[in-house]
Design a protein around this ligand. Structure first.
Ligand code: FAD
Length: 303
């Protein structure tokens, strides 16, 4: 292990894990080892780890729930920080939360207090931080409609904190100004709009309806949710299905027979299988329909 890691070991010691398989931290259950992996449960630890990595030239990447990343079989050369930082503060018409909170948990906590606004988020896997980056959305709601402010650690030069309003996020469908800017910004906290005075039972009933609908329309198993964004006026799943690819498999990864934009790892698959299937689906749809599908997920690691 290079000397660059010494300050990290001095600060975090034995909780740093060497050669830790990323498959344990991704929803698709894929990904080889990170050189070093750290799980944090406090924002202060997240800031310290990234600041030290940045100052000592160690490549790093934050992972939330691993629900939107395909991690390479070769893993990641550097430090992966798994963000489990939790903190939630409720004010009259907003909730302020740490980026490592599970979005669905935060949504349920709001509902139980009679705060409406995050019901859409109740079945979206992953963390608040990942949702802010990807403008996660479901059932007619999304982060762009819920977010007020975020607190960011900015690493363009010397690490410093900045506060951005939602208008600075350049939000569009599954896009933000921060998506793909790896190594430059970390979402620490987010402030979300809610409206008080609702009946928790009614909010929970709405959310339960969303969960039930998802169970009916989406397959279970180790996937990354929707692989491609829906092209304007169409659905990626419809195009993949129309190209005859429902059920098509490469190695241990199969295009779902329930929803063709979901690719399922049958637990024998590799990240290379997964990526080959993505490339195949994209090429086939382009050849058949002249439509270039854009990825919703992101790649992580040494490809
Ligand atoms: C079964 C299934 C269903 C899904 N359904 C939906 C859906 O309905 N709607 C939807 O929008 N998405 C859906 N997704 C995708 C996924 O849930 C969202 O994209 C989610 O917001 C990802 O959050 P995460 O914490 O898992 O992010 P990760 O996958 O951990 O990370 C995503 C990206 O954000 C970066 N990142 C994570 N946290 C931070 C942070 N704090 N600061 C800076 N960068 C960070 C990572 O480096 C990575 O580049 C689904 C996924 C699955 C597996």
């Amino acid at each position: 292990m290079s000397d660059a890691y010494r300050p990290l070991y001095a600060r975090f010691g034995a909780v740093l894990q060497r050669n830790e398989p990323l498959a344990r931290y991704t929803v698709a259950r894929l990904g080889g080892p990170a050189d070093v992996l750290l799980t944090v449960s406090e924002i202060a630890d997240l800031v310290d780890a990234i600041t030290l990595a940045h100052q000592h030239g160690i490549p790093w990447r934050v992972l939330g729930g691993g629900a939107n990343v395909l991690a390479a079989d070769a893993g990641f050369r550097g430090l992966v920080i798994v963000n489990h930082a939790k903190l939630e503060r409720y004010e009259t018409d907003q909730v302020i939360a740490a980026s490592g909170m599970h979005l669905s948990t935060l949504a349920r906590h709001c509902m139980s207090r009679g705060l409406s606004g995050l019901e859409w988020a109740v079945s979206v896997p992953g963390t608040l931080g990942g949702a802010v980056i990807n403008n996660a959305g479901a059932h007619g709601g999304d982060m762009s409609g819920s977010l007020r402010w975020i607190e960011l650690l900015c690493l363009n030069d010397q690490p410093h904190m900045v506060v951005w309003s939602v208008s600075q996020m350049d939000y569009a469908y599954r896009h933000s100004a921060l998506k793909g800017t790896h190594g430059r910004y970390v979402v620490l906290m987010a402030t979300l709009k809610v409206t008080p005075g609702h009946d928790p039972a009614e909010l929970n009933a709405t959310a339960d309806g969303f969960v039930a609908h998802r169970k009916q329309t989406q397959p279970p198993g180790a996937s990354l949710g929707s692989i491609f964004k829906n092209p304007p006026g169409d659905h990626a799943g419809r195009l993949i299905e129309a190209a005859g690819l429902k059920g098509f498999a490469i190695g241990g990864v199969q295009i779902s027979s329930v929803h063709a934009n979901f690719f399922i790892n049958n637990r024998q698959g590799t990240a290379s299988d997964y990526r080959a299937l993505i490339d195949h689906a994209r090429e086939t749809v382009l050849k058949r329909f002249g439509v270039t599908l854009e990825l919703e997920i992101e790649y992580l690691g040494d490809w």
